[in-house]
Design a protein around this ligand. Structure first.
Ligand code: CU
Length: 178
């Protein structure tokens, strides 16, 4: 991404005209906004979007984030990304001692409330990954809300270790690598 910023700026300078410089500044602004990890539209804000790294052979992945709603009640009704064939809204239910994923058609975001998508609970399922989810990488995700419309989010690929988020979900799995 750094390289592409340089390319954009370089082109603007080479053109020498104000127009080119303006175009470069707009591009830098857009990229900076996407990298800030907070995206918003109307009253809806999406924060701390992240995915766990997956082995290259993995067909699917998951995305987690927090949605804060400073306006009236809204609904997450869909999502998509160039990184996957399809993105679905899932939750995890416990049936007879087994965890199972369940497809949701929408998720309500209460007025002046917030909801968390996190491991062991609601998540966005990335089905048919076109690129591997590599630690340190990132990708764009477009969430669609009933009222707020489309919100683009930059998702960071990383282990779940910061922001005081619980990593207890990991302890459910066998860490045979230790
Ligand atoms: Cu799922």
């Amino acid at each position: 991404m750094k390289k592409s910023i340089r390319q954009v700026i370089g082109q603007g300078i080479n053109q020498g005209a104000n127009q080119g410089v303006k175009a470069a500044l707009v591009s830098v602004f857009v990229i900076a906004a996407l990298c800030s990890q907070t995206s918003w539209s109307a009253g809806v804000m999406v924060e701390h979007a992240w995915s766990l790294p997956m082995p290259p052979v993995a067909r699917n992945g998951a995305a987690y984030f927090a949605i804060k709603n400073h306006g009236s009640t809204d609904k997450l009704i869909g999502a998509r990304s160039d990184i996957a064939d399809e993105v679905q809204i899932h939750t995890i239910v416990h049936i007879e001692g087994q965890m199972k994923m369940q497809l949701l058609s929408s998720v309500e975001v209460p007025m002046h409330g917030s909801i968390n998508f996190e491991p062991g609970g609601m998540h966005l399922m990335l089905l048919g990954l076109k690129e591997p989810l590599e630690e340190g990488g990132h990708y764009l995700l477009r969430l669609t809300f009933e009222k707020a419309g489309e919100v683009d989010v930059m998702v960071m690929v990383k282990m779940n270790t910061e922001d005081g988020m619980s990593s207890s979900e990991h302890s459910d799995h066998n860490n045979s690598a230790d």
